[in-house]
Design a protein around this ligand. Structure first.
Ligand SMILES: Nc1nc2c(ncn2[C@@H]2O[C@H](COP(=O)(O)OP(=O)(O)OP(=O)(O)O)[C@@H](O)[C@H]2O)c(=O)[nH]1
Ligand SMILES: [Mg+2]
Length: 349
């Protein structure tokens, strides 16, 4: 299962965000907690209105809440250990003032962004240096073969660039297999701003957005406090409150979708009277992978799949209309699933 880890400095709003995403609370004193989060998708809401199923099931991502990075001996090792197993990071940065002090005494989002990323970079540098030392000692075997690529990593990291931006050949990747690079993990930068700053683009935000862009990472702003207020309202009140704030949907919805895409996932749907459901599949996944996602029996007995695209269905209003236009397709197991495909798997076991 692919996982997003929520990281950042202490008191940035990570646990609050985790609770909003997952509906779970991190037990007091625990270093980390993991739970599933729904990924809201307006397309699924449209399908639900169309099919009126007994239940609607959203796509999900797994999220881990990680204790904030604090300064002090041994603290960063705990932090890094918690991050090692996750696939992508949601990096929460405090830009709200709040009524309790920031652990570093002032609000400075750019500094906080750099502190966490510097920590990750140092960890990668340390790893490369240890491996290089080892490789230099051995004049034969895998160590020797690894040397050039380790040197390439070292030079890149010394320029303070994340491993995710290093061009590696397939062969080089193979040589580095088994090494976990923290800066190779994609990051979604989530800036937790004050309510008054919603929709604003202050200069400091432009700076941090540029820094994220340089690293190839998406950035979004949200007010975790406001998100919390939204989540406590009924649907009608939610709508008018969001209109008042001039926001189209909760920031957490957008964040979940961004995280989903950062994990390399896309969505396909299944529909019916009983259930309308969004499923996650790796980009590039096939109809057979989709079948396996639903049930191993479907993959085993896979015959063919009926495919219509959500866009066609939404535009034409019914499955019958889509079929009439000749836009429904029958595909085999190697068909590459497209985001928004509605699949019906024909199988036989
Ligand atoms: N004013 C304001 N307070 C917030 C906001 N987000 C979180 N808080 C408050 O900040 C405090 C810390 O939030 P947490 O979510 O526990 O922070 P954390 O990042 O998990 O902190 P650690 O687990 O200690 O690293 C709580 O009292 C939250 O209510 C926000 O957007 N605005
Ligand atoms: Mg916390």
């Amino acid at each position: 299962m692919l996982t997003c880890g929520i990281v950042g400095l202490p008191l940035a709003g990570k646990t609050t965000l985790f609770s909003l995403l997952t509906g779970q609370h991190t037990p007091e004193g625990r270093q980390s907690a993991t739970a599933m989060a729904n990924v809201p998708d307006p397309r699924l809401d449209t399908l639900t209105a169309m099919y009126k199923p007994r239940r609607t099931v959203y796509g999900q991502i797994q999220v881990t809440d990680i204790a904030g990075l604090s300064q002090g001996s041994g603290k960063s090792a705990v932090f890094l250990d918690a991050i090692r197993p996750v696939d992508t990071l949601i990096h929460v940065i405090r830009a709200f003032t709040g009524d309790f002090p920031h652990p570093l005494g002032s609000i400075d989002p750019m500094r906080d962004f750099d502190i966490v990323n510097h920590e990750l970079l140092l960890a990668d540098l340390a790893l490369v240096e240890t491996r290089l030392e080892r490789a230099e000692k051995s004049n034969k075997g895998p160590g020797k073969a690894q040397r050039p690529v380790l040197e390439k990593c070292l030079a890149h990291l010394l320029e303070e660039k994340p491993m995710s931006l290093l061009d590696l050949t397939g062969e080089e990747r193979e040589l580095l297999q088994g090494l976990v690079f923290f800066t190779a993990k994609p990051q979604l930068v989530a800036v937790n701003i004050d309510e008054e700053d919603l929709g604003a683009e202050p200069p400091w935000l432009q700076r941090i957005a540029a820094a994220a862009r340089d690293k190839g990472w998406p950035l979004l702003t949200l007010s975790v406090r406001i998100e919390q207020e939204i989540s406590q309202l009924g649907p009608e009140e939610q709508k008018s409150f969001m209109e008042e704030l001039n926001i189209a949907e909760p920031g957490t919805a957008l964040l979940a979708r961004e995280a989903y895409s950062l994990l390399g996932l896309q969505t396909f749907f299944t529909t019916g009277q009983d259930e309308v459901r969004a499923w996650a599949i790796k980009k590039g996944g096939t109809a057979l992978d989709a079948a396996r996602t639903i049930h191993s029996d479907m993959a085993r007995g896979f015959i063919r799949a009926d495919v219509i695209s959500y866009a066609d269905l939404a535009a034409l209003g019914s499955e019958a209309a889509v079929k009439e236009k000749g836009l429904a397709r029958l595909v085999g197991k190697d068909y590459i699933v497209q985001d928004g495909d509605i699949l019906r798997i024909r199988f036989n076991v």
